[in-house]
Structures are given as C-alpha cells and as structure tokens.
Ligand binder design. Structure first.
Ligand code: SF4
Length: 115
C-alpha cells in the first residue's frame, strides 16, 4: 500500500534508494508472495532490528487489515499487477487508507498525494 504513495521520501537515503529499486522491479510485474514478516523493503530500513520492525505491533495490524480487505493470506502468490489492482480497488479508490494507517508517521504526506 505504501508503494502507491511513495514519492522519494523515507527513513534514510539507503531506504529510499532501495524503495526506488523495488518499485522499478515491481513495475515489471513479477510474481510476489504475501508475507507478514520483514520483507524486501524492510531489509534496508533503520527500523529493522534483526528482522523485526521496531514498530512491529502497529505494522502487523496494517498488514492484517490490508490482507483482510483484499481477501489475501500469508503465503499467497500473485503477480504484482494483480496485487496492486486489488489494493487500489479495495482500499485506495474507496478512500479506506486512513481506516488502516492514520496513526502512521507518514500519514500527513500520503494525505496530500493522489495515488
Ligand atoms: S515495516 Fe518497519 S522495518 Fe519494514 S519498512 Fe516499515 S518501518 Fe521499516
């Protein structure tokens, strides 16, 4: 969901660079697998403490909400394009994002972006 709103801001220069790389790769439409653990984005995040997010409880709830609203479960595989479309149709277009992550530190920035 965050990728829809990513415009080059993030937790560190390395984090932002990694986000651009991942965004580039995903736009080519690879197969992805749903996980509720630290993922390829978390890999270069300063909040990743040995594979666990320092805000794990908050992030786990965001993940749970996105999976539930998209009808997905951990381990599901699909093309990134299908996943992106699901997130847009079920969360972003009906303006449900704030119901999930209004308490995120980046909320005010995402609020200004038309994803
Ligand atoms: S979930 Fe935590 S570790 Fe992963 S990108 Fe977000 S803040 Fe970083």
């Amino acid at each position: 969901m965050c990728l829809c709103f990513f415009r080059g801001k993030g937790y560190s220069i390395e984090f932002v660079r990694n986000m651009w790389d991942i965004k580039d790769k995903l736009e080519r439409g690879p197969l992805i697998q749903i996980t509720d653990k630290a993922d390829d984005i978390c890999a270069i995040c300063p909040n990743n403490a040995g594979g666990t997010c320092t805000a794990q409880a908050k992030v786990a709830e965001y993940d749970r909400q996105v999976m539930q609203r998209c009808g997905l479960a951990v381990g599901d595989e699909m093309s990134y394009r299908d996943f992106d479309e699901l997130v847009r149709q079920r969360i972003i277009l009906p303006s449900k994002r704030k119901e999930i992550c209004a308490n995120c530190q980046w909320d005010s920035m995402c609020e200004k972006i038309r994803a």
